[in-house]
Design a protein around this ligand. Structure first.
Ligand code: PRX
Length: 657
């Protein structure tokens, strides 16, 4: 990471928006002034103008019980109505909501009228299965229209969804379903990935049945199964139902009831510094306001003519906020793509941009870097001239990748917005406004209007220009998490205890001489691999759950393509030395074990079997030193180690491999 940070701090290029872009833009610099003059009134105006309220709110923010915020709390609205019906009622029913593209090239065009009808039907199906306000529904689906339909049907009923990314294992599904006490799981037989059907239902079946020391899952009464992969699946009578059978029976009439602005909308699990994922809770009115506002302002949205494509899976926060809620609240036409970027050929994404004339493209630096590696020849084969704006999210973007994105994908004209935010923040917090800000490669730059951010030292004192420290949010914001599901204490401890009155994001940052913000990565034991958040502790506990493993330490080592990569150091149990020696590739065994326990995304890139781990006298593992080894650097200061020779041994063992 160090060379990257150095790189960032010597980057002074600036790119002003073109005169044409600024002239035609939807938003101007006035927004900053307005928000500065009266921050709460600014958000209240956004909430009133961007959303439909059945009962208008009179209170903007209730912060009398910090850190538990309430926004617009005496107002009532229906989130799905805001994303669907009102666009149809306004005469835009024939506008395309999604150009859906399956990996195999099969397509489906879904208009707002059709999406509304499908969601109404699905809401009737769910209501028939006993789902209503106060319930949770787990969703484990590929990137097919039914994923969006399911989320909106749950929202329409005032229930909360918990979307589980398709790359998670049965164990991860089980812990999430248990933690949220979900009543229903919506899944598919399978979905297309890398040219073949990848089964999904078996993982749900395994998650719900009794296994090992776990009894059968007790809260789920039904599993609704979308037919997509056409693969054979096991069937549990009285529990499993085919989506298409139930949808065919359901009425397409459904009146959306209005719910309180603070009604839970979803729980999304994310990795923290401990082994147990946190269920981040988001509610309705404030979340939708900030999603809609940022989607409009940061992406300079022109709903009549733009085709927006955010490549994130709906299993992550980016998919929640910028595939589902923000764009649909704004009546946007989007692309939804099921598969991987390189199937069946490495130009698949560019082909889709050409085909649907995508104007606004939002993706992660890891993807940009992997395309960069393949060379510009591939995108150059396609007509990308429809693109007018590019976005980046999920991890710091190095200036080299930023410049490549600008030149090769954006034809040196499209502004790039580097957007910083988190599962917890719900929506974009730091970003350029494309018509206003002169962009700088590698810097996320400035808080969006209405958001208060600072960089402080360990004592909470602002560091000022040209200095580094910790990123904090200094005022509550509409889309902020409302807590950790079922664990208010952990919410307070994780985000608020450190500074008392400021939200601690867990990211290091630096302000440059002009006050622009540069994100420098996590300062805790959270890793960022391909823009996905993973916890070192969670992977360590998966590793020690293997019978061979006595101890494990995991670090995030910098990786040219994925930003960081998971590198594990494990000690084999004395009693297992003989047995493990008989295994041909022990690293491969442990890698796939992590894949089974958490999911393929968590599989370490490298597993090194070592005899010792570097520990302080109090027994704390010094990950910093292991990171030095993993990144091939000279090992740093070892004086606080209980045994200072350990690092020589480890380095020797690793380099001998
Ligand atoms: O470290 C920051 C990094 O991703 C973390 C949040 O991860 P997650 O909750 O999974 O949400 C990712 C998508 C919003 C942050 O704490 N991160 C996110 N965006 C950026 C970033 N780091 C640098 N620059 C960004 N634009």
């Amino acid at each position: 990471m160090n060379t990257q940070i150095d790189n960032l701090l010597h980057e002074y290029r600036k790119f002003p928006p073109s005169e044409k872009f600024s002239r035609e833009a939807e938003v101007s610099a006035d927004l900053y002034d307005e928000a500065k003059a009266d921050r709460l009134e600014f958000w209240a105006r956004q909430a009133r103008e961007l959303l439909h309220w059945d009962t208008p709110f009179t209170r903007t923010l209730d912060w009398t019980n910090p850190p538990f915020a309430k926004w617009f709390d005496d107002g009532k609205l229906n989130v799905a109505y805001n994303c669907l019906d009102r666009h149809v009622e306004a005469g835009n029913g024939s506008r395309v909501a999604f150009h859906w593209e399956g990996e195999q090239g099969d397509t489906r065009t879904v208009t707002y009228a059709e999406l509304t009808e499908e969601v109404k039907r699905a809401a009737n199906v769910l209501a028939g299965l006993g789902i209503g306000q106060g319930d949770r529904v787990a969703i484990y689906l590929p990137m097919i229209p039914e994923a969006v339909i399911s989320m909106l049907a749950v929202a329409r009923l005032g229930a909360a969804h918990s979307v589980i990314f398709g790359g998670f294992s049965a164990d991860s599904i089980r812990s999430r379903v248990d933690d949220a006490s979900a009543k229903l799981v919506i899944t598919a037989d399978g979905g297309w990935r890398k040219g073949k059907v990848s089964a999904l239902k078996p993982a749900v079946d395994a998650a719900l049945e009794a296994r090992g020391d776990l009894g059968p899952q007790e809260t789920v009464t039904n599993v609704l199964v979308v037919k997509r992969g056409e693969n054979e699946v096991d069937w549990t009578e009285n529990r499993d139902l085919w989506w298409h059978d139930e949808m065919a029976k359901a009425s397409a009439e459904h009146d959306a009831e209005a719910f309180e602005a603070e009604n839970p909308l979803f729980i999304l699990y994310t990795s923290g510094t401990t082994g147990k994922p946190k269920g981040i809770l988001h509610t309705s009115g404030g979340y939708l306001t900030q999603c809609a506002f940022t989607h409009k302002a940061v992406f300079d949205l022109k709903p009549e003519s733009d085709v927006f494509w955010c490549t994130a899976d709906v299993g992550w926060i980016t998919g929640h906020s910028y595939v589902v809620y923000g764009p649909l609240a704004n009546g946007t036409t989007q692309v939804l793509y099921e598969g991987t970027p390189d199937t069946p050929h490495p130009g698949r994404w560019w082909e889709i941009i050409e085909k649907y004339k995508v104007t606004t493209f939002y993706t992660a630096p890891t993807a940009i870097r992997s395309f960069m590696k393949l060379g510009r020849k591939i995108p150059k084969k396609f007509d990308l001239s429809s693109i007018r704006l590019l976005g980046s999210v999920g991890e710091p973007i190095n200036p080299e990748a930023w410049m490549w994105y600008r030149k090769v994908i954006g034809a040196k004209a499209a502004p790039i917005v580097d957007t910083w935010w988190q599962t917890e923040t719900g929506a974009i917090m730091i970003s350029a406004l494309p018509a206003v800000t002169e962009t700088k490669p590698g810097s996320a730059q400035v808080p969006i209007p209405g958001i208060a951010i600072d960089v402080v030292d360990e004592a909470g004192v602002p560091v000022g220009a040209d200095s580094g420290g910790l990123l904090v949010v200094t005022e509550p914001w509409p889309a902020m998490l409302r807590g950790i599901w079922g664990d208010p204490e952990r919410y307070k401890e994780t985000y608020w205890e450190k500074f008392g009155d400021k939200y601690f994001a867990g990211d290091g940052a630096r302000l440059d001489h002009e006050g622009d913000i540069w994100l420098l990565g996590r300062v805790d034991d959270v890793m960022n691999v391909s823009g996905h958040r993973l916890s070192t502790a969670e992977i360590e506990s998966a590793l020690v759950a293997h019978p061979f493993t006595a101890e494990a330490a995991v670090v995030g080592a910098s990786d040219e393509t994925t930003g960081q990569a998971v590198v594990a150091f494990v000690i084999i149990k004395e009693s297992m030395l003989e047995e493990s020696a008989a295994v041909e590739d022990i690293a491969a065994v442990l890698r796939s074990h992590v894949g089974e326990q958490i999911g393929p995304i968590a599989r370490p890139r490298d597993v090194f079997v070592v005899n010792e781990l570097p520990k302080t006298r109090s027994g704390k593992i010094m990950r910093r030193l292991l990171r030095d080894v993993a990144e091939g650097r000279e090992v740093g200061d070892t004086t606080t180690l209980a045994d200072t020779t350990v690092m020589q041994i480890i380095t020797g063992q690793v380099t001998a491999k």
